[in-house]
Design a protein around this ligand. Sequence first.
Ligand code: GLC
Length: 714
Amino acid sequence: MGQKVNIEDLLATMTLSEKLGQMRQIAGTGEGNEAIIRRGGVGSFLNVVGVEAVNRYQRLAVEETRLGIPLIFGRDVIHGFRTVMPIPLGQAASFDPNVAREGARVAAREARAAGVHWTFAPMVDIARDPRWGRIAESCGEDPVLSAEMGAAMVQGFQGESMADPERVAACAKHYVGYGAAEGGRDYNTAYIPENLLREVYLAPFRACVEAGVATLMSAFNEINGIPASGNEFAVRHVLKTEWDFEGFVVSDWGSVTEMIVHGYCADNREAALAAIAAGVDMEMATNAYGECGEELVESEALSPIWIDDAVRRILEIKHALGLFENPYTEEGRTSILLDKSHLEAAEQAARESCVLLENDGMLPLKNEGVLAVIGPLADNPHDQLGCWIMDHDAADTVTPLTALRARFAGEIRYAPGLDSPRAADENCFADAVKAAEGADAIVLFLGEDAVLSGEAHCRAFLSLPGAQQELLERIAATGKPVAVVIMAGRPLLLGNVREKASAILYAWHPGTMGGPALADLLLGKTSPSGKLPVCFPHTEGQIPVYYAHKNTGRPAAENARGIPPGTPLDPEGFSSTYLDCDPTPLYPFGYGLSYATFVYNELKLNETRLLPNGSLGISVKVTNTGAYAGTEVVQLYVRDLVGSVTRPVRELKQFRRADLRPGESREVMFTLAAAELAFYNPRMTRVVEPGHFRLWIGGDSQASLGADFEVVSS
Ligand code: GLC
């Protein structure tokens, strides 16, 4: 069946119409698709579900077209296919690339068995605005963390060879700057100066390219006035020339013709020209390329070189997937869905993703007595899975209530308290209060329903939805200790929650096996180890709040708040802060507690003067002074004190996980290359500038254990 193929020979035999066909991706099954396939008018489909449907279309392409070029089938397999992993923001909180890699491997294995060749993941948009609904799909605010997690997902999806029937082609998205949308409103305008674009927003994409990602997806947003899907600088120049990317770029859904709505193109012809010339090789869901491509080439408005370049890239990826040799998906392999090993991977990912934000000693729970399990997310199989799931079955979900009933040795009393996270009627509060009054301890499961985050689902207010805060207050009023577990697709405002709770465990949307993972954490079988991949604000008015900010000329001085009326002007007291809010985050990037307690000391550098091509050996002793075993994510931050462009007050450079038994000490080592200190100077040259630097090592971005060093020119 299969055929050996020479891409150049094949390309040479293709008509312009057939080439434009390869550059077209159609969404779903629909009237007329079969005729389009037969005439070689399409190269890819997305959202064609099921082996039978996929093979039916594939057979038409391979056996009933002039050249028999196979189709590539794409789908959004963002955090799992049938076995649902924690949302990517939760996976990022693990600070464990193995979680990302294994989650992607499992997703690829299930998806390929179901006929999917290509996933539109990882999403590596840097997200510094919790109002943005797609922060849920991201790896958070930091380029180093996002780069490591994104590259690991690419490795998990693609493996050593995409021809492996248990791997898929990956797609780093959304290229680029999508998360910088003004106001945290999806699809909104993004203004990003080139040095920030390169140092922050492009960094995770470069890591994915270096990890061998097969494709990228161009974004909806404009970047400084030029839409990403027609942005020649970002795509043709940076991605395909500077980085020498050899895969292909697919547009986002309709993002080519949306350049008309942006006011960048007058019509489909201009949109097709702008996108193809910019380097967007395949058009998703619309067909400006097919409608206008031939005229653009025949009128010499568009060089056929770009068409050949695009088609060559597409054919190369189809070849790398083995589709010429093995175009069909073997029936019957979907028996591996929900494999035991997949569920174990999902449980491990959920366990490592949860972040302990508060704990007055209430956790871990004693496995005895009466435990009240309350809240609209204690037994909510659908919302526990989070956004961007398509091939799941909520019946697979193991909820916290189910898991606690199986593990808790005492008595469980359950009351939802509210019909759903957004419910406002308090009719069921009485049952919840009754359950709480009869209990020794209470675990309250609150948060967002899944659809409150994800694409186009942005929120201007970030408090707990509905009457959940009221429920918390009524339960807390019983005087019993309350541990709050939050399931959400973004940071929520927790100031009012922490006033009432003895403990707060942030679970994001933890996926199919979130229940067993949470039960094990709550009962102390294992200790929470997650760390925040994004800052949590006190209030919406503080956004954007992120740790790698600039110092300004007047950094926030201590307390300018509470200024009484009539206070005389005092220029001495003017600083970059708020009169009515702490300017620092409620919880900072990298923060997370454990049942263990970790002490850092004996920070040592092997030298304090570093040559531009040298590296620094750094070591620190970390001791678990607590009574529980735990895993600490040891983080290394650096500040360049003076630069030809001002530098952030801190930047994460590396992180390590350290498992420590009670009383155990470990020397954790880092090797910091001077090259990791590079940034873009005013001439947009990437440089390491001599000067003074400071580094800190600790368990979050506010770590205080530090040392100074210097980069010297010789
Ligand atoms: C959507 C999303 C993108 C997704 C694509 C296909 O609009 O922006 O992330 O991969 O369309 O579903």
